[in-house]
Ligand binder design. Sequence first.
Ligand SMILES: [Ca+2]
Length: 245
Amino acid sequence: MRGATRFLLCSLLLATLHGTETAAQEVQPDPKAPCANWMGGAPGYPGHNGLPGRDGKDGKDGLKGEKGEQGEQGRKGDSGEIGSRGIEGPRGFPGNPGMKGEKGEGAYVYRSAFSVGLAGRAPHPNVPIRFSKIFYNEQNHYDATTGKFHCSIPGMYYFAYHLTVYLSDVKVSLYKKDKAVLFTYDQFQKNNVDQASGSVLLHLSAGEEVWLQVYGEGENNGVYADNINDSTFMGFLLYPDLDLH
Ligand SMILES: [Ca+2]
């Protein structure tokens, strides 16, 4: 009874499969199904390995990896080109004053000055007036024994005199090298005291002498001095000749 039923079911199934070829191709009978033992023989041997399949499509990009470690420092590069000139900077602060320089050589050599006065009255005419009251004569270029200034440094000199006139007129000349170059004449007023003065610039060569001298006769010797009236004579080197250097 059970075998008959199984036969019927299998026959029906086979009829259905042969009736529709399309269906038979699409639906393979399971070898392990209950009908296999009925229709098929012993299981075959496994087939040979098939050919390798084609490569699959490329996969999608993976996630971004973690940041790598910092590389070693590279070698120092070549020097760059010289840049253009910059803008001028602001003015600096003033520097400190320098040290005092050393004393120059020969400064004393170019000094020549004197200032003298008359010690008493009545100088003799026609001879150099001897001023023996010394205010200044450091270089001794003025000789109090002769009343003459002796030039030791060639150059330009300034001379001046201021004389007190008393009891008589005064005619006085400034001499340079035995020649009167400056004249002063003062007429004395009775019951009065006058002054006679003069000044001049002279160029002197070494060895030339300058002095004051009353000219004329004996009556013109009113050059005077006492304890309240001086008669003075002075001179100094204004500047030496350049060829001295
Ligand atoms: Ca006068």
